[in-house]
Design a protein around this ligand. Structure first.
Ligand code: NAP
Ligand code: GLV
Length: 311
């Protein structure tokens, strides 16, 4: 029996043309309908930050694919159907990019690159005593698909690492703690804190003054997860007071970061425009197409989001 072609609706808030071309190449037999020209029903939705109206206008029968790792924007839509699986990107080339970004921030702090840059500006030859690597522990909040690769990259450079996630465990020789006591322990031990948690009702505004103050004086913060995890005013206050040495921020409460925001010109802040892990269109499309093929064969696809947990 020949199967009828699947109907797909595509709504991508960025790079819409590139997504469309790549999906047409990867799924030549599918009928792909691009927002806003969508039918009243389709088998699949491929979306990144879609408009609320998409799911009000088009009923999805089999699965909704999120064209990114984080599903916070998608799950916030009141129109999102609750009876259709949501499937997110798993790594798709982002994990190694995260490892690069974190390694850069760690080495910049550990090798005191800012101090040497300052000496150069002043034409001063000032060798500094090497920091003790065994005391430069990196705490990673969120040791999932992306975090695990970050752990491996840091361990390859021999940095001590401790993780924190919902479930207790380990990645290679790195302990992953859990719960409030585990979090306190990670904060107490971390010279640098890296955030790779999803943004959920549990994690939103989690990193406030109370928690960030538990980091040792002179610690560094790296946020590559989502801006709303951090209370930005609290972070700024701790930087101003000198409790925190630096913040490397790729994500913000409001994006693009408003021109008047203090982060832009703060001497202890590094700002990047949500690029720690770019979405690689071709790799992502190949992953989604493989999962669609699996579902069409009656098999399960990985990466199904637990909507009640929010990730
Ligand atoms: P993931 O595989 O779902 O991993 C999430 C990790 O967070 C898991 O270790 C999970 O613990 C932990 N976690 C979730 N809620 C928690 C809680 N309440 N308390 C403690 N731990 C909790 O996600 P991923 O693929 O690694 O992606 C992580 C996030 O990175 C995404 O959600 C997205 O927001 C962000 N991201 C940012 C960019 C960027 O360019 N800046 C790019 C891609 C992704 P369990 O393992 O125990 O469940
Ligand atoms: C990007 O931020 C993503 O969640 O994939």
């Amino acid at each position: 029996m020949t199967r009828s072609p699947v109907d797909v609706v595509l709504a991508a808030a960025s790079q819409a043309d590139r997504w469309e071309a790549a999906f047409r190449r990867a799924l030549p037999d599918a009928r792909i309908h691009c927002w806003p020209d969508v039918p009243s029903a389709a088998d699949y939705a491929f979306v990144w930050k879609p408009p609320e109206a998409l799911f009000a206008r088009c009923a999805i029968r089999r699965a909704i694919f999120n064209l990114g790792a984080g599903v916070d924007a998608l799950l916030s839509l009141g129109t999102l159907p609750r009876d259709v699986p949501v499937i997110r990107l798993e790594d798709a080339g982002m994990a190694m990019q995260m490892a690069e970004y974190v390694t850069l921030a760690v080495l910049r702090a550990f090798r005191e690159q800012d101090a040497y840059a300052q000496s150069q500006r002043e034409a001063r030859w000032v060798p500094r005593r090497r920091l003790d690597k065994s005391a430069f522990r990196i705490g990673l909040l969120g040791v999932g698909v992306l975090g695990r690769v970050v752990v491996k990259a840091l361990r390859a450079l021999d940095f001590p690492v401790v993780g924190w996630s919902r479930s207790l465990g380990s990645v290679d020789d790195v302990l992953v703690l859990a719960g409030d006591d585990g979090l306190r322990e990670v904060l107490r031990q971390s010279q640098m804190l890296v955030l790779l948690l999803p943004c959920t009702t549990q994690t939103r505004r989690m990193l406030d003054r109370r928690l960030l103050s538990q980091l040792p004086r002179g610690a560094h913060v790296v946020n590559i997860a989502r801006g709303p995890l951090v209370v930005e005013d609290d972070l700024l206050a701790l930087l101003d007071e000198g409790h925190l040495a630096s913040a490397t921020l790729d994500v913000f409460e409001e994006e693009p970061l408003p021109a008047a925001h203090r982060f832009w010109h703060h001497p202890r802040v590094v700002v990047t425009p949500h690029v720690s892990a770019a979405t690689l269109v071709d790799v992502s499309v190949a992953q989604v197409a493989a999962k669609v093929a699996a579902i069409e064969r009656g098999e399960a696809a990985s990466g199904v989001v637990d909507v009640s947990r929010g990730y």
